[in-house]
Design a protein around this ligand. Structure first.
Ligand SMILES: Nc1ncnc2c1ncn2[C@@H]1O[C@H](COP(=O)(O)OP(=O)(O)OP(=O)(O)O)[C@@H](O)[C@H]1O
Length: 576
């Protein structure tokens, strides 16, 4: 919890005001039993109606003041908690945006969602309660003890018994409940993961008719969460009646002992009743502390999970004194690069060495898992090489500001990803403020997307559903390509981005790309020979190593792996 304390500093004045109001409220609440005692002793016992009215009016005023303070504290608490949690949510979101793929591999996506939502709600609930109770309870408890002792010292052992019983109860609850709270947050993570996988993979689940299996998986996670929640709730529901029982037994004890003292004229009736109320206030204070003890462990688990994300330094970040690539030439060079994934046990790329120059296409081909995507992911610094370096115009890319470096790159991922909005908003994604309609239309034309966009009733204003579910895989790829082209980058990276296109569209797109963006450095990862056979340079990858480098013709003569791939896809005549 202390790791998040700094987020409360902007609200110090609010908190100080709340503390002052809490003191006033506690003072009022503690004064009420004394007034009641006076009404009985000075008014009722002697039949003095005027005194009863006088003290009664004061009591009403004090009760009103206490209510006003209580409402004001609640409002302040709600404001502080909402403000702190809004900042936390924003910071968490911004932090996650800076994460490189390595951090995403570390925190699962579902856990990041739980941390941004449920965990922050836990902290918010605690903050509201803490501001209202964490100070009020000790003030009320201590004030109650002092006032009770001022009414009768001979019954102080009753307070002692009450406090010992309550402390034991709170300690038991704390020890038993604490370990379960971390379990609950982890179970929520698991439930989120299953829901997410199910929603994203609904078509696969239907195709494989595995609804029953998935239901059982969900049911198990749901059951585990329910069981743990039930355990905690049962514990809480036994705690409240136990506290009430203690309260009632203590009341009986006070009446029993007090009535003997009243009959022996050692105590007045009013004082006995006031004593009883003070003991009730002490028990109430313990009740509040018990609630805090329940909320604090759960919220501190959540706070830790939030702080873990906030304090994680992205493994890929700007060095000091970074610079922007000046008039980017676009010469990308891999110098003896080896790479291993952060959690991997062996290198997936070994001694990769090549140069991609402007005005040329460098194609990367190889079997699945040979490391093609891993190579291109090093250029926008999604990961950094384990050995060797990648340079842009002769400068190590780690010297550049990451944002500026990425501005030079038009990256089209393997899986076309669109955002909810319109086709227009998706295409203008790189620069919504400055991208002109002309640029967007031109990019759509090169990406061979114009025909299907024009066929839609709303054309560029056609709505894209969540996750791009209302466009086909090939259309999604073409829109992703157009989106990258609108950026007018110096370096184009297409990571298997033509795989969902038919041969005709693929060929048209390649030729348009060559014609309209031929000046750029183009790096293409592809599985299809036909997509890359006209590239100026082709790299053949096997098990993370370059086993062939050259043009299609050179590789057909010199590289056995390339020849095998080529002949498995096209006939000898087509390859000529
Ligand atoms: N995030 C990751 N963590 C650990 N290992 C990974 C990760 N991503 C990929 N790998 C491993 O790295 C190797 C190369 O993967 P990569 O995705 O670069 O291959 P690829 O040639 O692009 O494959 P494909 O053609 O199927 O897309 C594979 O063995 C893969 O299992």
């Amino acid at each position: 919890m202390t790791r998040l304390m700094k987020y409360c500093t902007p609200y110090v004045i609010h908190i100080l005001l709340a503390i002052m109001l809490l003191f006033s409220q506690a003072y009022c609440d503690l004064a009420l039993p004394s007034y009641m005692s006076d009404i009985i002793n000075k008014g009722i016992a002697s039949g003095n109606t005027r005194e009863i009215w006088n003290i009664g009016a004061k009591m009403l005023l004090v009760a009103l003041l206490s209510a006003v303070c209580s409402v004001a504290v609640s409002l302040i608490a709600a404001r502080v908690a909402a403000g702190v949690c809004r900042t936390l949510r924003l910071n968490l979101f911004e932090k996650v945006e800076t994460f490189s793929n390595a951090e995403f591999d570390c925190f699962s996506t579902s856990s990041l969602i739980t941390r941004t939502t449920n965990d922050i709600t836990q902290v918010q609930t605690l903050l509201v309660m803490a501001i209202r109770m964490v100070l009020y309870a000790p003030i009320l408890g201590t004030g109650g003890v002092l006032r009770a002792l001022s009414k009768s010292r001979s019954m102080s052992w009753v307070i002692g018994i009450a406090v010992i019983c309550l402390l034991c109860l709170v300690a038991v609850v704390f020890v038993v409940a604490m370990p379960r709270f971390r379990v609950i947050q982890n179970l929520i993570d698991r439930l989120n993961l299953i829901v997410r996988e199910n929603l994203e993979g609904m078509l696969v689940i239907r195709a494989f008719s595995t609804q029953r299996f998935e239901e059982n998986r969900f049911d198990k996670a749901n059951h585990d969460l329910t069981d743990t929640n039930l355990f905690i709730n049962r514990l809480m529901s036994t705690m409240m009646p136990t506290m009430m029982l203690i309260m009632n037994l203590i009341t009986v004890l006070i009446v029993w002992v007090g009535s003997h003292q009243v009959s022996a004229l050692h105590l007045q009736v009013g004082d006995m009743l006031a004593y009883m109320q003070y003991v009730m206030q002490i028990i109430l204070a313990f009740l509040m502390m018990a609630m805090m003890f329940i909320l604090i462990p759960r919220a501190s688990v959540s706070a830790e999970r939030i702080a873990d994300v906030l304090e994680t330094e992205p493994s890929i970040k700007n060095r000091e004194n970074t610079r922007a690539p000046q008039t980017c030439g676009g010469v990308i060079r891999f110098e003896h690069v080896s790479f291993r994934y952060p959690k991997g046990d062996q290198d997936v790329l070994h001694d990769i060495d090549f140069t991609a120059v402007p005005g040329q296409t460098t194609a990367i081909i190889g079997s699945t898992g040979s490391g093609k995507s891993s190579i291109v992911n090093l250029i926008p610094r999604f990961y950094d090489p384990t050995e060797g370096r990648v340079t842009l115009d002769g400068v190590d890319i780690r010297e550049f500001d990451i944002h500026e470096l990425r501005r030079q790159i038009g990256y089209v991922p393997q899986k076309g990803i669109l955002f909810s909005g319109t086709i227009q908003s998706n295409l203008a994604y790189a620069d919504p403020d400055t991208a002109t309609q002309e640029e967007i239309t031109r990019a759509a034309e090169i990406a061979q997307a114009t025909e299907f966009i024009e066929s839609k009733p709303d054309k560029f204003e056609t709505e894209i559903a969540q996750g791009g579910s209302n466009v086909s895989g090939g259309q999604k790829q073409r829109l992703s390509i157009a989106r990258a082209l609108v950026k007018k980058p110096q370096i184009h990276i297409f990571d298997d981005s033509f795989s969902a296109l038919d041969f005709k569209t693929d060929a048209k797109l390649q030729s348009a790309l060559h014609e309209k963006t031929g000046w750029a450095t183009t790096i293409v990862v592809a599985q299809r020979i036909s997509s890359i056979m006209y590239a100026e340079q082709i790299l053949v990858l096997e098990n993370g190593r370059i086993v062939g480098k050259g043009t299609h013709r050179e590789l057909m003569d010199s590289c056995e792996v390339y020849r095998e791939i080529a002949l498995s896809q096209l006939s000898k005549e087509e390859l000529e």
